[in-house]
Structure formats: C-alpha cells, structure tokens
Design a protein around this ligand. Structure first.
Ligand code: PMP
Length: 297
C-alpha cells in the first residue's frame, strides 16, 4: 500500500494479526455488523504518545460491562493490541479506532451464541472537517432527530450503534451545514453527532451533563480541567438552543474534532463573526495538554 506523507498505511489488528487496511476482513455473522452490538473508542496518538489511554480504556471497559460484553484478554490484552498496531502504523500522529464486537453468532439479536467477542484495532488518520472550517468555524443546524433517553440507550455507552449520529450528520450535510446539534426528548442540548458542545459567555464556560444526553467525552473532560486551571468559571449544566444564540463563543470538542469553533446555528451567527479568542486560546492550551497526558508507544 502507498505510504501517505502524513501517516503510514492503514494498519488493522484483527483475529490475531496486523494487516494492511484492505486485507482486514470481518465475517458477516459478527453481531457488531448485524446489530451494532459492541463498543468502541476513538483515540489519538500525538507525537508518539497515546493521549489519555487509561481513560479511554476505562470508558471502553465501562461500556462493555454495561452491555454484558467480556473483553477478550481484558484491558491489558486490548492495550497490547493497540500499542502493537499503532507501532506498526509507524507515524508520530495517528487516530486509533478500537472496537470490541459481540463476535460471530447465529442470526437473531440473542447474543448468547456469540462466545468469542472480537477485538478490531484500526490505525489511520482522521479529518472530520475541512481545515478552513476549523479556523472560520462550523455551520450547525438543529437536528430534527432527538438523542435517545438514557433509559432507551445510555449515551455514556459508546456503542457500535451510531445510526442516530449518522442520520443527524446526514441531515446536516443535506442542508449544506457541517454538523448537527442534537437535543434530548425534553429539548435540552445534548451534543452533536460525534462531539460535545461548549458555550462561553461572560467568563463562564458551560457544557451539558451526561444526563442530558452527552457522552462523557475525554476531550470535554480535558477542556473542563484546562479552563478551570486558566481561571474561567466552569459549569456542567443543562443548556437550551437559546444559550448558544446568546453565547460569546460556542465550540465543539472530541477526539476526532479536537476543539473547533462554531460559526452559526441554523443560519444565525454566534458571537462576533470570525472571532473566537477563547476557543483559540483553549485550542493552544489543549495542544500543550496533549504533550503531557500521553502514554509513549
Ligand atoms: N459525543 C459523541 C457521540 C462522540 O462519538 C464523541 C467522540 N467519541 C464525543 C462526544 C467526544 O468524546 P471524546 O472527546 O472522548 O472523543
């Protein structure tokens, strides 16, 4: 496979071996494919060190426990696989997609025939938004879809079932926007398709709680820590669309997204157009933060 200048050729650990991307195959009987039955993590490698690895593994384990999925080899086994695949990718910066599927089983949602959960580790690069948009800010629409309530599917489980996010993102793209804002059934802001939402106004930075439908993002947690160290007021509290319209700045956080400003919501500019000093400041601070919160490969 050709080696791209930014990173290595895509490497995948599957069924006991590291192979190049096109050679990674999964049986059609895997319940991860059939039913989205499984959990995953998106993790970044910055400068040869895996960012907040222990926290990603902890979240993976919590999700797996919540759906009654045993991780083969436990977390030490997963970590070994992740490190080996990332080393094989041979680039200082990378995006790791780690999956634990229910494994092969009989047709039917009943997972009891799936006795061998499958670990898949994909190492590649990821670009969620065009570089120019990362600077100027994203255009968001409010999705017509709602984030499922925790009693339907707890948002803290990073499950392989991302149809809600896929459809929200599709809706945004069809409308010519970059990203979709999802509210919960009560109309409170939850998050976007794959990122958490932050609202900044008058020195106070706010983000919705997991109980409103937000994933407990690791980037979100990092930003909360950085912001409070910088002396900002930091609050995890319920938000409505009004709070976004009323904000000085709005930005999104995620492993793939990192920290990216929001320019508009439903066509309405947020804050002063083209200016987002706090988002820029936090982005810089986050880059420093990644340098001292990595686990070297
Ligand atoms: N919400 C959703 C639905 C996500 O998929 C992600 C990305 N994993 C996030 C938020 C951000 O979480 P993190 O910062 O841990 O990547």
């Amino acid at each position: 496979m050709p080696r791209r200048p930014e990173g290595g050729a895509v490497k995948v650990w599957i069924d006991g071996a590291i192979v190049d991307g096109p050679d990674a195959k999964i049986p059609v009987t895997d319940h991860g494919l059939l039913y989205g039955d499984g959990v995953f993590e998106g993790i970044r490698v910055y400068g040869g060190a895996v960012f907040r690895l222990a926290d990603h593994l902890r979240r993976l384990a919590a999700g797996a426990r919540a759906i009654g999925l045993e991780i083969p080899g436990g977390l030490p086994g997963v970590e070994k696989i992740l490190r080996a695949t990332a080393i094989a990718y041979a680039a200082p910066d990378a995006y790791i997609r780690l999956l634990v599927t229910r494994g092969d089983g009989e047709l039917g949602v009943d997972p009891t025939s799936c006795t061998n959960p499958r670990i898949v580790c994909i190492v590649d690069e990821v670009r969620l938004y065009p570089e120019a948009k990362r600077k100027s800010g994203l255009d968001l629409i409010t999705s017509s879809l709602r984030k499922p309530n925790a009693d339907a599917l707890d948002p803290r489980i990073k499950s392989l079932n991302y149809l809600n996010s896929v459809l929200a993102k599709r809706e945004a793209r069809l409308a010519g926007a970059d990203e979709a804002l999802l509210q919960n059934a009560a109309g409170r802001v939850a998050e976007t398709s794959v990122a958490n939402v932050f609202v900044y106004r008058h020195g106070i930075l706010r983000t919705p709680p997991a109980t409103d439908g937000a994933l407990e993002g690791i980037t979100r947690d990092s930003v909360l820590e950085i912001a409070s160290e910088e002396g900002l007021g930091v609050r995890v509290e319920s938000l409505g669309r009004f709070d976004l319209f009323d904000a000085d700045e709005v930005f999104l956080t995620g492993t793939g997204a990192r920290i990216v400003p929001v320019a508009t919501l439903d066509g309405q500019p947020i804050g002063e157009p083209g200016v987002h000093p706090l988002t820029d400041r936090l982005s810089l601070a986050f880059t420093d933060y990644t340098r001292c919160h990595g686990s070297p490969l």
